[in-house]
Ligand binder design. Sequence first.
Ligand SMILES: [Zn+2]
Length: 200
Amino acid sequence: VSLLPKTVTNLIDEFAKLPGVGPKTAARLAFYLLTKSIDDNRKLGEAVLALRENLTECGQCYNYAESDPCPICADDGRNHRMLAVVEEPLDLVAMEKSGFDGVYHVLGGVVSPVNGVGPDDIRIGQLIDRVKNNVKDYDEIILATDPSLEGEATAMYIKQYLAPYDIRLTRLARGLPVGGDLEYTDEATLTRAFEGRKEY
Ligand SMILES: [Zn+2]
């Protein structure tokens, strides 16, 4: 028999499903929320619900957004001839902080044979479709996947698929820490890596 009311253990179980949250932290969070008002907890619950209720995927770049096309794709002031290919939405945020003002393609992951993720499981096909019929619309495709084994493998796949088309491919400079994650790279390093990008 659990010593805790089911209402509490339910929430602890849900918290414990989150990345980086163990059972102890999950229990601490649940009891913390018990000290808050119903209004505070309602705000939290509604913010969680809104994630899936209000957000959609941009049909052009596949970033999460409240509109389709997203504000970045819809912005005529940006350079739509520069296309940065990133793994995850948070990598896009990192690129934005580095001052990049082109447009994006969010892959939604990386090719990872170890984890059973092949090129068809992420949005490589959508990228190829987007580019191959509009080659003249782009000056450069920047392969901004992480400098990890999987990020490199993913960039290689994309390079192979795009090889038949006359389009400039670049890769962020090696100044990025090997095995690192774009999302956690500081702005100055990422800006340098972008400025020092190489033909790929
Ligand atoms: Zn978009």
